[in-house]
Design a protein around this ligand. Sequence first.
Ligand code: S3P
Length: 173
Amino acid sequence: GEAYTLKKTVVMVGMMGAGKTAVGRALAARLHVPFLDSDAEIESAANMTIPEIFARDGEPFFRKKETQVIGRLLDEAKGVLSTGGGAFLSETNRRMISEKGVSVWLKADLSTLWNRVRHRDTRPLLRTDDPRTTLRELYDARVPLYSEADLAVISDSDTAIETMVDRVIEALK
Ligand code: S3P
């Protein structure tokens, strides 16, 4: 396929389990542009996993690193940037993202999200007595902020990744 020249980095936002990494990676491959992932960058810089960072240094420390990494990645390269589910909550992050990128909210309903995250143990925020309720509370609190993204694309459980990539590309036109 032809190589695209992006004017702005495409920034994937949305809840954990929405498919930001999977769709972001496939979108970058389709566009022949670099794929960037803020969570992966934070982990490799710290040489720790995200659960380890939360346990050792706490969420506020993680959020500080997240803002630094997103700022750096937005300056470094144009490509597709997948962010962690909490990244778009910070006003600073939203401002950086809207100045230097185009944000795409991967929008999935709660049951889809729950089915995708329930068997994974990689999300420190869901290590509660009742993770399903926790997920719903995060969802309710965050949807108003995600809806400030430039574009929204539906990510449902029975849609193929390449179909979601098509939807994002269509929305970007
Ligand atoms: C978080 C989501 C995670 C990761 C961290 C916090 C959140 O990323 O950044 O565990 O606040 O929703 P994913 O959205 O890729 O799971």
